[in-house]
Design a protein around this ligand. Structure first.
Ligand SMILES: Nc1ncnc2c1ncn2[C@@H]1O[C@H](COP(=O)(O)OP(=O)(O)OP(=O)(O)O)[C@@H](O)[C@H]1O
Length: 612
């Protein structure tokens, strides 16, 4: 969060202060914070506030009534009750925090990894969690006490381990709910490592529930600890509220107040923690509702800002990239006989891309066109390495700049090889701009972070570059957009931001997957103009996935026509427009010329048969 503040100058502080203000404005939250404030002050200043040592016994003055010397009187062996209460606050609160820290320390990282990566770790961790949850907590704590003695610290560590499955499950579920969000894919394509994605995009989602759960867990830890000590299982040499409660109970008929004070302290601490958890939850839910309202408003607002692309900077040619001429064997991207399939329940593999070959060179735009379900996105995702975990490369290979990202015979796209390319040399412009921006972070933050990581430049330099990029993609007020959250900009503007992000690390190849489909008609032409303009100026290769032949004829140099996972025709756009050979291409073209919605009329029975 501190990084966030440094980068944008305001984002993290705004989010945090928004929640704190809401908690303080909520009477429940205010009371809880006031009570916890008093108890924490007691714990921190116990040495100053307590007139006696917690175990100092004045045998001459046992079970004494409150007086000037002993504010709350003394217990059965003459120890000062107020002093024990203050020192007890320290031990009780610290041991509750220890319990929560152990539970978080185990449950949070395990939940993050299991939720994000799934697979074997998820299975094994789930197995351990089930075992832990099936253990009877009190019996385990009694066993630990018998084995290690009556230490409050050891029993709270054991209790923390028993509570860790709660954090594991909470984190795992939260992570799974965002793992497949498009903005997580977008961050991966922008070149961020898994660690950065987890710590920035994923952790921000689990942070709030973890805070709420921790308040509750601390309350439960204090209750359980006090309960055990009340039963006489605590360490009598350490002043805790539970031990005081147990001693007070023994003298309840002689001096009932001995029981009263620790009981009040425990009640106040547990009650305040529960109230605080509720107040934080309410504050976060309120914030979420406001965000959702703003998101809806932004979505319905028409995105009509005009494109006035400022001159982009002249791109330095990368030494590593060979100058590639169209028609030579060395291509920027070369896809050879690619087949992609998904295993079915009966053991067979359903092919969704079958025997597809094409290439793209630097400085050209290749269109991949076809109706919905024809395998365009699966082909593009194979190049990007974004296929779902269940997908298999059943045939063929993919080369980027002469190197294999999928070598012949490999079943999976090599993430190791692609991590080095994504964001740096291959970038991606997605279909739905809003879903590809993380709503929790400002636009500036989301532009700056990949540049710092990928280009290794300073935050200040990345911020300067981000401003320039925003202006290059035609955003009139880059400063304001830089500081805005995704819900505060229109769909057209969000797509410009993503285009700025796509060119920010000076890629060699941009893959644009239906970049205008989710946009207002008035903005579509502007965004296409922008892509063409940038492609010419930066001399990058572009793969444009679209279902619209109009877009292809307007923008592309060459085109690949796909139907049912197969490539039916390929060639220069002019040639295909003049002499389409395949009947399917002819249908696509005639539907475009007739001005019909191209993809709706093309669904013929044979065309819908699964490729097998
Ligand atoms: N995770 C998956 N599991 C099984 N099949 C899938 C999966 N993802 C996609 N497919 C199938 O792959 C085929 C090709 O999908 P793809 O998304 O590439 O089509 P498309 O041409 O890009 O269509 P659209 O324009 O609608 O995105 C479809 O039949 C789809 O059902």
């Amino acid at each position: 969060m501190s990084q966030l503040v440094e980068l944008t100058g305001q984002t993290g502080v705004v989010v945090r202060s928004h929640v704190i203000h809401k908690v303080l404005r909520n009477p429940m939250g205010l009371i809880a914070l006031a009570i916890l404030g008093v108890l924490v002050t007691m714990a921190v200043l116990a040495d100053v506030l307590a007139p006696f040592d917690e175990n100092f016994a004045d045998i001459a003055s046992t079970l004494a009534a409150p007086d000037a010397n002993h504010l709350l009187g003394t217990d059965s062996v003459g120890r000062d009750v107020w002093s024990r209460l203050a020192f007890g606050a320290r031990t009780t609160l610290l041991s509750a925090l220890l319990c929560a820290a152990v539970a978080i320390g185990i449950g949070l990282p395990a939940g993050l990894v299991a939720g994000y990566y799934g697979g074997k770790f998820d299975g094994i961790a789930g197995w351990f969690v089930n075992i832990l949850m099936s253990l009877p907590g009190i019996i385990v704590l009694l066993t630990v006490r018998a084995a290690f003695g009556p230490s409050v610290w050891i029993s709270m560590i054991a209790f923390g381990i028993l509570l860790s499955p709660g954090y594991f499950r909470l984190t795992r579920t939260s992570v799974q709910s965002v793992r497949n969000e498009l903005y997580v894919d977008a961050a991966r394509v922008a070149g961020l490592s898994d660690r950065s994605i987890i710590s920035r995009h994923i952790f921000s989602v689990v942070r709030a529930p973890i805070i709420i759960q921790t308040a509750m867990v601390c309350g439960v830890a204090i209750s359980v600890q006090s309960g055990l000590e009340f039963l006489g299982l605590g360490d009598p040499t350490v002043a805790t509220w539970g031990v005081m409660l147990s001693e007070g109970f023994k003298n309840v008929y002689l001096t009932p107040t001995l029981l009263l004070w620790p009981a009040v302290a425990i009640g106040l601490a547990v009650g305040a923690l529960v109230l605080l958890g509720n107040a934080v939850r309410d504050a976060l839910e309120d914030g979420e509702k406001i965000k959702q309202r703003k998101r809806k408003a932004a979505a319905s607002a028409s995105a009509t800002e005009r494109t006035t692309p400022a001159p982009a900077k002249v791109r330095q040619a990368r030494g590593a990239v060979a100058a590639v001429e169209s028609g030579t064997e060395h291509h920027l991207v070369k896809v050879t006989n690619l087949g992609v399939g998904y295993p079915q329940a009966d053991g067979s593999i359903k092919k969704v891309v079958d025997d597809v070959s094409f290439h793209v060179d630097r400085g050209e735009i290749l269109g991949i066109v076809g109706e919905s379900g024809s395998g365009k996105s699966q082909t593009a995702f194979s190049i990007l390495g974004l296929l779902p975990g269940t997908a298999r490369i059943v045939a063929g290979s993919i080369q980027f700049d002469g190197n294999y990202t999928v070598a012949p015979g490999e079943e999976k796209v090599s993430q190791e090889r692609l991590t080095k390319l994504r964001g740096k040399r291959i970038s991606y412009i997605p279909q739905e701009p809003m879903s590809n921006l993380d709503p929790a972070f400002t636009i500036g933050y989301q532009l700056v972070t990949p540049m710092v990581r990928v280009l290794g430049i300073s935050k200040a330099e990345a911020t300067k570059r981000a401003m320039k990029l925003l202006s290059d993609v035609g955003i009139a007020n880059p400063e304001r957009t830089f500081q805005a959250y995704p819900h505060e900009v229109s769909g057209g503007m969000a797509q410009r931001v993503l285009i700025a992000g796509a060119i920010s690390c000076e890629p060699d190849l941009i893959i644009a997957d239906e970049p205008t489909t989710a946009l207002d008609v008035t903005v579509q032409a502007d965004v296409l103009d922008l892509i063409r303009d940038l492609q010419r100026r930066l001399n990058v290769g572009v793969i444009l996935v679209t279902h619209n032949f109009g877009v292809v004829s307007d923008l592309c140099d060459r085109v690949v026509v796909m139907q049912n996972g197969r490539l039916v025709e390929e060639g220069p756009v002019r040639t295909i427009l003049r002499e389409p050979k395949d009947p399917y291409t002819q249908m696509l073209l005639s539907s475009m010329l007739e001005g019909k919605e191209p993809m709706t009329m093309l669904v013929s029975a044979p065309a819908k048969e699964a490729v097998k």
